[in-house]
Write a protein that binds this ligand. Sequence first.
Ligand code: AMP
Ligand code: MG
Length: 319
Amino acid sequence: METKLVKVDTENPEKSVLTEAAEILKNGGLVAFPTETVYGLGANGLDEKACKRIYEAKGRPSDNPLILTIGDLDGLYKIVGKVTENAKKIIDAFWPGPITLVLPKADCVPETVTGGLDTVAVRYPSNKIARELIKIAGIPVAAPSANSSGKPSPTRASHVEFDLNGKIEMIIDGGAADWGLGSTILDVSEDKPVLLRPGAVTQDMIEDVVGEIDVDPAVYSKPDGNIVPKAPGMKYKHYSPSAKVILVSGSMENVISTINEKISTDEKNGLRVGVMATTQTKDRYIGGEVLVVGDRTKPETIGANLFKILRKFDFIGVD
Ligand code: AMP
Ligand code: MG
């Protein structure tokens, strides 16, 4: 299959392109499009066959459910069985925006979408291209991240092209995804909300609106097989480049010296080492391929570039 790559204006997305993309979706095809978090891989969320193609294209395990995106609030009531009081408060505060809500599903939502669960994850994106596309299509659009399963999420159209070229009908290039990280996932299907995946909308921001929430124990623990995450996708290896990744944490000075020791032993052993640095540390490393991910005083710059830099290291070919 030939994948059509089309650039659109981010502020005023060309209607003709969105209409063509909407037709593809309605006919069971796959279209990747930008959102404010990462690029999504869209399919008609009520069409089992189209949704199955998402799993095939991504190589995604079939028990890892998809997120349904909507283009306006009316769309929500068609796909959920119930909108809880806490859901309403979160919607008022943060939608459209980068938070996904898990709610009891309506009968029309196929099992392929929910991975057999009786809940469905829904998001109303704020990105103009995404919203207008979904509105024109007039259907809920299943849209997980548009990457090969397990790889870092795509924050540029070129990332989608690298992973999915030849497997999907169309990629809409709307520039860089602003936020650059996946949406927050909050389960509001029961009385007390549960945070399933951290993201742009933080726990503090949520608690300001609905009071104390629970946090799924899997969120801040290493996957060890004992704790089963409530968001099925969290149990699989994810955001992972081909190169081995080592996270060094601690004070800035300790981090720099530890990384420098690692660079020197690894380079002696003939390995190519990538260093993900910040503007504050970039000149302090004694070797390696140093790439700047962002500014330590502006965490949002780090979020926006994290996946891009992981992909760049693979592209350069570091070990
Ligand atoms: P992605 O869109 O690729 O970031 O993946 C969607 C995430 O939402 C995955 O981690 C899924 O496991 C999670 N998810 C989707 N539907 C549900 C649901 N009904 N309950 C809990 N987690 C869900
Ligand atoms: Mg994903």
